[in-house]
Design a protein around this ligand. Structure first.
Ligand SMILES: Nc1ncnc2c1ncn2[C@@H]1O[C@H](COP(=O)(O)OP(=O)(O)OP(=O)(O)O)[C@@H](O)[C@H]1O
Ligand SMILES: [K+]
Ligand SMILES: [Mg+2]
Length: 675
């Protein structure tokens, strides 16, 4: 998105400060029960400032003033963390809303074109968009080809080509046609467009707590309840021992013991995690999808366009069975006359480049048979009855054999040679005769091997699923370094692989862009559709990559893992903090009544009052100190989940025990000058 850089500017901070006070409203606070308990503590100490003897206590007024102020700050800090995390999304939503102004659309009504506001467009309407105009709503190109500036949505200024048919036909409302003219069939009703969904997503309007977050919250609330019961029963034990325990002391103890650090940062961690994905130009439809990405065991990738560049270009015509190269070129071209796929167009280009041609009357009136992943062939049914096909070698072989044809003896050696080089061989046939092979060249993207190595270190298995033949698949799989591959796979095979992994209790991620990927994208736990892809793919997936870079799935998994790790690390830290606070507060509370208890004052804190105030101050300021970590996420290394867990438990657990001892001691040294 275009606002990447200015995300932490003054406006966001100022708004967050304002929001921190607005969120003090108890009706808002109650959604975060831990901080709500702190708020009640604040209200009680505030009341005690004015009615000091209310509970029969003898605490000096300044102590009540100090405690209530620190409690207020504790709540404000937690609110600030959440507001800050929300702020980035809101700023982004505001700038997206500017993109979403009303556009005048050229709607096709019968034979005429009528100007209507974009808000009146419904699913199924047809509009014409010309050079310089904005596309009024989401849709599919049904006629023509245009280059489109999608920077309003993707922040990427290089225009992309959209054209009728195939996997690059979907257009997004709010983007601009920079050249040519297209006819578009609208696919969204008002309020349900991609831009609408994007705005409500970044605004957090649809943000729901994820199952993980709910589970953690339940644990934290239970802990809070337990501490509440302990603290409430303390005065009775006190009475028994003839010790009077003051109410503000109990409140201070309670607030220190309940997990306020994680309670204050939990929602910020979740929002910031989703935000990191968004900053990365990936739209996650839910926080759950981002978390699931962090737990992924298996990633299914397709070969063409994900692992390889995917601009498979015809680079050679290879004759078989004693045929001429010219004949291969001619029939290959005839089968491709109406084939709008990049492969099909490249066949015609190669034919021209090589100086071959075909009889232009031959295809007249013929019926085009488009490429399908199921048949793995495309071609023409000529008016004279001849049937021309090109396609995957095994598919064409089967087709020819079924008609009683013979397979030329040199077909396999020649097509295997192409496949062993990582290329895709397409056989060309007319009726029961195979003429030769088209060599489609493709290249593995640089750096894939390192990425897959990282995945392996994270304990993630990578499986390449391709419609291509086993030999090409094996060559590319070896070159790219994936763990496993499945060749000649149909869309059903992809779903079957996903289901099989899921049945073993694994979480599966996959990327895809075609309509034939849609069912598998829906079946996967994390499905990332390419923004360049079809509407069906985008609707089935739970994430959309605006940059249409399928290999980004690797970073999305890393961000998901980082989110889970950050939450775990800060929870560990928060709970480990309690130990130091026990040592600070418990002796202090009893020392007031029984001076002999001072042997328990291992931290040698100045006075009982300064001990309690120091612990409370530490408890409050640790929240803003950890905001940067909550927002940025803990440092991330590609390790397996269990190794990471061990490492984090050690670092944040030990840190959580040790740091507050120093922190509280330091604060006490300073404030003991007054207290
Ligand atoms: N336009 C086309 N006409 C005829 N055959 C094609 C065409 N495009 C691809 N094929 C053949 O069909 C096979 C399957 O294509 P498909 O697009 O399903 O898979 P793929 O692109 O090879 O693999 P991936 O799943 O990695 O994208 C290809 O390997 C190729 O042999
Ligand atoms: K606490
Ligand atoms: Mg493909």
């Amino acid at each position: 998105m275009s606002q990447k850089k200015s995300m932490m500017n003054g406006t966001i901070v100022r708004n967050a400060i304002k929001e921190s006070f607005l969120k003090l409203d108890p009706r808002v606070m109650i959604r975060n029960p831990i901080m709500f308990v702190v708020e009640i503590g604040f209200i009680i100490t505030l009341f005690l400032i004015f009615v000091p003897g209310a509970f029969g206590g003898e605490v000096p007024v300044w102590f009540n003033v100090t405690v209530s102020l620190i409690l207020l700050l504790t709540i404000l800090f937690a609110n600030f963390a959440e507001a800050l995390a929300e702020g980035r999304g809101k700023a982004q939503a505001d700038s997206l809303k500017k993109t979403k102004k009303e556009i005048t659309a050229n709607k096709v009504v019968g034979n005429a074109i009528k100007k209507v506001p974009s808000t009146e467009l419904r699913k199924g309407d047809i509009v014409v968009v010309s050079q310089g105009e904005l596309i009024p709503s989401d849709g599919v190109v049904i006629e023509g080809l245009a280059s489109i500036d999608e920077s309003a949505i993707t922040g990427e200024s290089a225009p992309v080509i959209k054209e009728a048919g195939g996997d690059f036909s979907s257009v997004t409302g709010g983007t601009r046609v920079v050249s040519d003219q297209i006819k578009v069939r609208i696919t969204s009703d008002p309020g349900e467009t991609f831009l609408d969904r994007m705005i409500s997503l970044v605004e957090g309007a649809k943000r729901q707590k994820t199952p993980n977050e709910i589970a953690l919250n339940t644990v934290l609330i239970s802990l809070t309840l337990i501490f509440l019961i302990v603290v409430v029963t303390l005065p009775f034990f006190g009475q028994f021992l003839n010790i009077k325990i003051e109410v503000p002391m109990l409140i201070a103890l309670l607030v220190c013991l309940i997990p306020t650090t994680i309670g204050g940062l939990l929602s910020a961690i979740g929002i910031a995690g989703m935000d990191r994905v968004t900053q990365f130009n990936v739209l996650a439809m839910s926080g759950k999808a981002v978390e699931a990405a962090g737990d992924i065991n298996t990633i299914i990738l397709d070969k063409t366009g994900t692992i390889t560049y995917g601009n498979r270009m015809a680079s050679e015509f290879i004759a078989v069975g004693g045929e001429k190269e010219a004949a291969v070129a001619e029939w290959a071209a005839i089968s491709s006359i109406k084939d709008e796929t990049p492969e099909g167009r490249s066949v015609l280009e190669l034919m021209t480049k090589r100086g071959f041609s075909y009889h232009d009357k031959i295809a007249e009136g013929g019926e085009f048979v488009e490429f399908k992943a199921e048949t793995r062939m495309s071609g023409m049914n000529l008016i004279d009855g001849r049937i021309v096909r090109k396609g995957a070698v095994d598919a064409v072989k089967k087709w020819v054999t079924a008609q009683g044809g013979n397979i030329p003896s040199d077909l396999d050696t020649k097509s295997d040679k192409v496949a062993s080089a990582g290329g895709t061989p397409l056989a060309v046939a007319v009726d029961n005769k195979i003429y030769g092979v088209i060599y489609l060249k493709d290249t593995v993207k640089p750096g894939m091997r390192e990425r897959f190595e990282q995945m392996r270190q994270m304990g993630i298995k990578t499986v390449m699923c391709t419609g291509d033949n086993p030999l090409t698949a094996a060559t590319i799989a070896l070159e790219a370094g994936v763990d496993d591959y499945i060749a000649e796979s149909t869309p059903e095979d992809k779903i079957a692989v996903i289901r099989k992994e899921q049945a073993e209790g694994k979480l599966v991620a996959m990327t895809g862009d075609g309509t034939n990927d849609a069912p598998a994208l829906a079946q996967a736990d994390v499905g990332i559709a390419m923004n360049s892809g079809t509407v069906a793919a985008k609707e089935a997936a739970n994430m959309v990559d605006l940059d249409s870079d399928p290999s980004k799935i690797i970073e999305v998994v890393a961000i998901g893992k980082q989110l889970l790790m950050t939450r775990g690390a800060l929870t560990t830290f928060s709970i480990a903090n309690d130990i130091a606070k026990y040592f600070a507060i418990i002796p202090a509370m009893f020392m007031i009544a029984i001076p002999e208890m001072s042997v328990l004052n291992v931290m040698r804190l100045g006075s009982p009052m300064s001990a309690i105030i120091s612990a409370l101050i530490f408890n409050a300021i640790i929240i803003p100190l950890l905001i940067p970590l909550a927002m940025k996420g803990v440092a991330y290394k590609p390790l397996s989940s269990s190794k990471l867990l061990q490492r984090n438990l050690f670092v944040y657990g030990l840190g959580g025990v040790v740091i507050p001892f120093f922190g509280i001691k330091l604060i006490d040294l300073v404030i003991h000058l007054w207290v």
